[in-house]
Design a protein around this ligand. Sequence first.
Ligand SMILES: [Zn+2]
Length: 341
Amino acid sequence: MSTFDEDRSPDESFSATPEAEPSAESFDSTLDAEQHSTGKQPGLFVIASGVVTALASLALLYYLEHIKGWTVIGYYWNFVIPIGAIGVGLCAGSGYGIGSWLTGARIGRTLLITVLVLQILSYFAAQYIEYLMVLEQIPEEFRHEHSFFTYFDSVTRAFAFQQEGGGPGQAFGAWGYGMRFLEAAGFALGGLIVPGILATNPYCTTCNRYMSTKSQYAVLPAGVEPRKIKKRDKEALAAYEAEQAAALAEGMKLAEKVGEAISADDPAGVAQILNEQQPQKSKNEKQLRRIHLNLQHCSVCAGGKFVAQLVEGHGKEQKVGAIAEWDLPEGFVTQIESTTT
Ligand SMILES: [Zn+2]
């Protein structure tokens, strides 16, 4: 109820449902749904952080390419993958991610589109600044002959791959625009990498914070250690498979108990199960099947989520399947950890 009073102006809430007089409860549920889909919106700080890292990256790029003579943005893998441009774009766009992390703003489609547009603008702004610097070197009376577009066109057409000896190869001519496109697109898309990764992180809508994830917070047994059995020995093979199946059933029951303790709001009950398994965590991990409990938790409210996964096999043959997800109420994680040894 209190969130309703704080976060929503009366005007807004009443105009949304002008006729009916809904109970406070229905307000609460609509608010929850709304917060869940949005979270805190990125503000000016996020945009400013991104613009700062973009300008800093482009300034560094200019220094490396023109002062040091290193090819950075023009570095291609297999001649068509502009990994140089993607890398520079990644650095440039990292500020949008850092700003979102610091303020807890939830990255959505609007921000990603904004990043894309700003990255393209920064790319062309950098080209324009380079043009102004080139212009400085030209005697004043000839400057009017060199517009930005003639400069941009001639640089683009002069694109060439470096030859093995180090000298430039044949100029691309009109094909240079293809390389220009790859470069700009690589830079723009590279900018989406950091905010894109952050956007997939779990998010606490109560506190407007990104949550952190602890993988394998606990490992529950759901199998026995794999062992080699001769295929001809059908009896032993059947016994082994029965043993694995029984252990799997036991493991699923144990996971169910964790879920029940969470629903019963019993952190001590959860902690007890986890404490029992903690000493044999690495032993459990060696089993053919085991259940990983991954913890997503919010450092502000100590709520979050347990994600339970059934893991089968090891190494390259490992398979992971989702079993269940349990939401943890505020404070639950602190309560578990205060009773965990
Ligand atoms: Zn929280």
